[in-house]
Design a protein around this ligand. Structure first.
Ligand SMILES: [Zn+2]
Length: 365
């Protein structure tokens, strides 16, 4: 089985954006009382939005299941207040739940958190619980910079974030560190802000004892870890100078990278630097880069081709394609039990249980 750990509903029916535009427009009227309202989208519209996009690409590329979350660039936590963010997040998460219900063999949900600049992350706990316990989601996307490019929140290692981490551990769910759109014109959203945030999160983790406080807390740093693999020597040296643990010890049970790097040399480097145990297959399709690479004739975001091209042991390949996703997102195991059996030849789940100390998720959903 091939699990793509990084997909967003970038093709959601137009009614979602129409609702969002109206919500933002209403913010201009101080007398307006915010209500959640309704987003009118039919099941057929959802099917239509996926059949010629994510589902078609899954089939063509030979992947099986996508860990699916709302469009990251649209989270825009800097817009409005905590109620704005909550209503928007709930609609986006409800829609992901409908996708996963319509296509339980193809998608498993991860939620958008209703973050807001200046509002403690503990405020997101209710929506995280709703998504995991009621909607069957298996993780969340955590924005380290809800201000959208101005970095006004404390570092991810600050106790400011701890109540949310405690809830994540209680639910046995990880977070993908994922910023949203940039309202700072210095930072192009997907070309700079995303990659900056990936790199920044890693450096924050390096400098503090977050994983001593929370040994079972797990983060996925997407987009191949930003600049981290390329500058691994710099980070190793900084860790040494700062009397911090070796990077291998830092990341072993806590920090994981996806394969959303859109060329083979980048993936080769990632695999050379980061242990296979800490890499999850991901494509972020349909996402940031949608074109065809004229040098190869294939889509830039067809990341499976790059992993296929690597010289890997069968064991490592299975870890990257399947085993690590099951380990980092343990609740996916229950979700996949209900999956329609795949044809023979598809490997079964690994015998090993999650190492994280959290009990299997059975019964918690
Ligand atoms: Zn993404």
């Amino acid at each position: 089985m091939i699990i793509d750990c990084h997909g967003h509903y970038t093709t959601a029916p137009k009614a979602l954006q129409i609702w969002r535009d109206a919500q933002i427009a209403a913010l201009a009227d101080p007398a307006h009382v915010a209500t959640k309202g309704i987003v009118g989208i039919s099941d057929d519209e959802i099917r239509e939005s996926l059949e010629h996009a994510q589902l078609k690409l899954q089939r063509e590329r030979g992947t099986d299941v996508t860990i699916f979350s709302p469009r990251a660039s649209a989270m825009a936590h800097h817009v409005g207040d905590a109620t704005t963010s909550l209503h928007w997040s709930q609609h986006c998460n409800d829609l992901i739940h409908r996708v996963c219900t319509l296509y339980p063999d193809n998608f498993v949900g991860v939620c958008q958190l209703p973050q807001t600049p200046g509002v403690p992350p503990a405020n997101c706990i209710g929506e995280l619980e709703r998504c995991v316990n009621e909607l069957g989601f298996i993780g969340c996307n955590l924005n380290p910079d809800p201000s959208g490019g101005h970095w006004t929140a404390p570092p991810l290692t600050d106790r400011y974030w701890y109540p949310l981490y405690e809830k994540m551990i209680g639910l046995d769910v990880p977070a993908m560190v994922h910023v949203s759109s940039s309202c700072n014109p210095n930072f192009h959203a997907t070309g700079a802000h995303y990659i900056n945030a990936d790199t920044t999160a890693f450096m924050q983790f390096l400098t503090a004892d977050l994983f001593k406080d929370f040994p079972s807390l797990r983060f996925i740093i997407p987009h191949g870890g930003g600049a981290v693999p390329y500058h691994w020597g710099r980070y190793r040296g900084l860790a040494q100078d700062m009397k911090r643990p070796p990077l291998g010890d830092l990341i072993r049970h806590s920090v994981f990278f996806d394969t959303c790097v859109y060329h083979l040399p980048g993936i080769e480097l990632l695999l050379k630097i980061v242990p296979a145990d800490n890499i999850l297959f991901g494509s972020e399709m349909v996402g940031a880069v949608r074109g065809i690479d004229p040098e190869t004739g294939h889509y830039f975001d067809d990341t499976k081709r790059y992993v296929d091209a690597l010289k890997l042991s069968d064991q490592d390949r299975r870890k990257i394609f399947e085993g690590n996703a099951r380990k980092v997102y343990p609740r996916i195991n229950k979700a996949l039990e209900a999956r329609t059996p795949a044809p023979a030849a598809t490997p079964g789940p690994p015998a090993r249980q999650p190492r994280w100390g959290g009990a299997p998720s059975r019964g918690r959903a």
